[in-house]
Design a protein around this ligand. Structure first.
Ligand code: SF4
Length: 496
């Protein structure tokens, strides 16, 4: 499946699937463990993965390869089987056609899928960590095994974003930095847990699709909203049950009696005075420092964000609920004669409202998106005129998938894609020690469109002909959340 490799006199084969050009002795594998010398022949070690449409969910693997004659053509039909790039092999240098360019008729339309295990020197991951806890300052360096592998980017609505990898960490630092970055990306993309430390911040264990573990504590809930939104959502439920509510949030702390929601419900002033910077009525910024305490602040005592109550307005006996944006922290207070809040047993009705906040929080997860730019070998492996592939993708004539999972293509130049790693079959990603990540990528389009964009038509093989090529193949089910890649084109055909 590779071009004829050079051999040395002592029987080593030169693998030419990436710039490392390993010489591999009989019975051994190359530096990436993806290629082996099997009795003098260069072989891709892992089976080539086909995606089955009919098995709708789960990770059931139905081996049918090993010997081509085991393939039961009655079980596998072109329209129900998607040829992925996983295990298909890599071409290098760029001008060689992709390892598999497979044509088949799908719902009466001649389609082609071009597949390659692409080498991505320009790639990384974007991580979304659902947590209110402060993981570290924006722009802070994120480390794995002590090496800089990325940085903290923006805080989103209930989540903290990290950006890891990219060409500067892979190639622009020390050799160790590049290697550790590549290892980290590989583990994250293959859905393994990775421990990351943030300069001036927390340690977090990230595993795609699982709850993040921040400083040793598994995160349970994603916030119901910011402090202001929480006031807005629950104001009516608090009316008549408590005089004042403060929702503690590092970003926007909400105060019921001052908030528009409280005003519209006619909730009277309580004389409360907040620390921090007032943004609009009942909405306060910077009531404390960011941290891993109440609502993503550094406080463990919520009273520390209050100043003394205004004696002209406040009355002894005023009741107050203080709660965090996830309901994880909550306290109930009553003003004494000196107008100081005194913690008291919380009434059941307010306990229920805190439980309602918790109930409305979604489970906290870590999300990992692989992001890469399809460069030379990928595009030239598809067509002799690479810009036409880019145009075809932009015109939605070519559908891009990674291991059968739908890829989001960024607008603008190039083919810059993002894909949720949990939608790919497990261990779909590999690496080469240049260092770079190896990721499967498939381009699917109508066969006549492929011819128009200058495709390698003399390398197109029919789906049925895969049976006779002797390669080890396995069929895995597509992820239940992934659309069937071949449906897209049937839909497009109907629009033509
Ligand atoms: S690192 Fe892997 S792909 Fe690259 S030459 Fe060596 S065996 Fe081949």
């Amino acid at each position: 499946m590779s071009a004829i490799p050079a051999k040395t006199e002592d029987g080593k084969i030169r693998c030419d699937a990436c710039p490392v050009l390993c010489y591999i002795r009989d019975g051994a594998t190359g530096a990436c463990d993806r290629y082996a010398n099997v009795a003098g022949e260069l072989m891709r070690v892992d089976p080539h993965i086909l995606l089955g449409k009919t098995v709708a969910e789960g990770q059931a693997v139905v081996p049918f390869g090993g010997a081509a004659q085991d393939w039961d053509g009655n079980l596998l039909h072109a329209g129900n089987t998607f040829v992925t790039a996983i295990g298909a092999g890599t071409t290098y240098p760029d001008y060689k056609p992709a390892p598999f360019i497979v044509a088949a008729e799908v719902e009466g339309v001649d389609m082609v899928t071009v597949v390659t295990e692409g080498i991505f020197s320009y790639c990384g991951v974007k991580i979304k960590i659902d947590t209110d806890r402060h993981l570290g300052p924006e722009q802070a360096t994120v480390r794995a095994q002590g090496e800089a592998v990325g940085h903290v980017t923006t805080g989103e609505y209930g989540s903290q974003m990290l950006s890891l990898g990219g060409v500067h960490h892979l190639t622009g630092g020390s050799k160790k930095e590049g290697r550790v970055t590549c290892d980290t990306l590989l583990d994250l993309c293959n859905m393994k847990p990775v421990e990351l430390t943030i300069d001036g911040g927390s340690t977090v264990i990230v595993e795609a699709g699982k709850a993040p573990i921040v400083n040793g504590q598994a995160e349970e809930r994603m916030r119901v909203g910011c402090g202001s939104a929480t006031i807005g959502m629950f104001a009516k439920q608090w009316q008549g049950k408590v005089d004042e509510v403060v929702v503690v949030d590092d970003h926007i702390t909400g105060v019921l009696s001052e908030h528009q929601a409280g005003k519209l419900l006619g909730i009277p002033d309580t004389g409360i005075k907040m620390r921090g910077r007032k943004s609009t009525p009942g909405r306060y910024f910077q009531v404390a420092e960011p941290g891993t305490g109440w609502g993503g602040t550094d406080i463990s005592d919520p009273l520390s964000i209050l100043m003394p109550f205004d004696p002209k307005v406040a009355k002894a006996g005023t009741t107050m609920l203080m709660v965090s944006t996830t309901g994880e922290h909550a306290g109930y207070y009553v003003l004494n004669e000196a107008l100081q809040p005194v913690e008291t047993e919380m009434p059941q009705a307010l306990k229920d409202s805190v439980a309602r906040i918790q109930e409305n929080c979604e489970p906290a997860l870590s999300t990992v998106l692989f992001m890469g730019g399809a460069g030379g070998s990928l595009r030239a492996g598809v067509t002799e005129n690479p810009v036409r592939l880019t145009q075809s993708v932009k015109n939605a004539l070519t559908y891009v998938t990674c291991g059968g999972a739908p890829a989001y293509i960024w607008p603008g130049g190039g083919i810059t894609l993002m894909v949720d790693v949990t939608l790919l079959p497990q261990n779909a990603f590999g690496y080469v020690p240049t260092p770079a990540l190896v990721a499967p990528i498939e381009f699917t389009m109508r066969l006549d469109d492929y011819a128009k964009l200058g495709g390698h038509m003399d390398h197109v093989r029919r789906f049925d002909a895969l049976e006779g090529d002797g390669l080890k193949r396995q069929q895995v089910s597509r992820h239940r959340d992934s659309p069937w890649p071949l449906n897209f084109h049937a839909r497009k055909e109907r629009k033509h």
